[in-house]
Design a protein around this ligand. Sequence first.
Ligand code: PLP
Length: 369
Amino acid sequence: MTIDSHANRFVCDLVAYEPGKPIDETARELGLDPSQIVKVASNENPLGPSPLAKAAMREALEDAHIYPDGGGFRLRGAIADSLGFSRENVVLGNGSNEIIELLCHTFLNGRTELIAAEHAFVVYKLMATLFGAGYVEVPDPGFIHDLDAMADAITGKTRLVFIANPNNPTGTMVDQQAIDRFMDRLPEHVIAVFDEAYIEFPDHPPDTLRYVREGRNVCVLRTFSKIHGLAALRVGYGIAPAHLAGLLQKARQPFNVNAIAQAGALAAMRDSQHMSQTRELNRQGLAFYEKALAERGLEYVPSHANFILLKTGEGDHVFREMLKQGVIIRAMSGYKLPDWVRVSIGTHAQNLRCLEVLDDVLAARLAAC
Ligand SMILES: *Cc1c(COP(=O)(O)O)cnc(C)c1O
């Protein structure tokens, strides 16, 4: 008998999250220089961090011997100001992933359920499992969350409904009307969680913050990992009515967001130029891929985010073959989409290289059969 038999069953049963393959690891395996690797696997910002954030983080290093502000006073204040809330509405997380965990900590147990869409971000399922809760998966025809069906799926056991908007890995977005209809039906014992990690990319995103203002059971998740290019720092936040935000505050560790991350995030928020450059580069990159994929007759899902889901057939094979040529993409078998891959929008040079290697791999596969 090993100690495993005493471990929490939900932990033993968990299939761990598989992140995008790291650049260094790939370079080592291929005997290449890391600078030759193109990583378009994790929806990172191809422009890197905002220069203002880098400067602020260098300065913050001087005080690395001091514990961070556990209350995140300045950053929470700046986020609240920028969105028209007060500090009490903002919870900081070690990435917005941590806010997902705090929500589950606060509301889930073996007698409750979490609802998400069939092709939603996998972390929701991981977290529901970790907390021993039921995971209810609602079909999403055309890869778009079906909010009416998600509302139909609510029972007395439901505590959290996750709506990723735009969703990862599909890049699809639900509109204001669908959200309003859903909110009209949301019962008092359920919290709607709008995960808006990519909300800065679409031109006309729906407004969910209005429901936080109205004091509804809503938590909106945002992150510094995507448009702000600070994925390595692990900083994100939730916006919720004060009583709900207060509960989440109790569930977190005292210093969950480090001081360098707080300084970087604060500066990044003020760098509107870096944000608009990122958005513009992404717009061009998406247009480039949509045209190229259409020319090749490859099916793809029109995206509102900074990545694109495309159907190549045999996603694991395409991933492995592209990896051999130094291009890291993401296979989607973990999302029950074995024929699809997800490609993050890179710089123009990265997009060209990625497409070139994709063409090569697909041509080789054709030649082999
Ligand atoms: C990337 C992403 C996040 C953000 O994760 P962080 O922990 O903030 O880095 C959250 N939700 C979705 C759907 C994402 O794709």
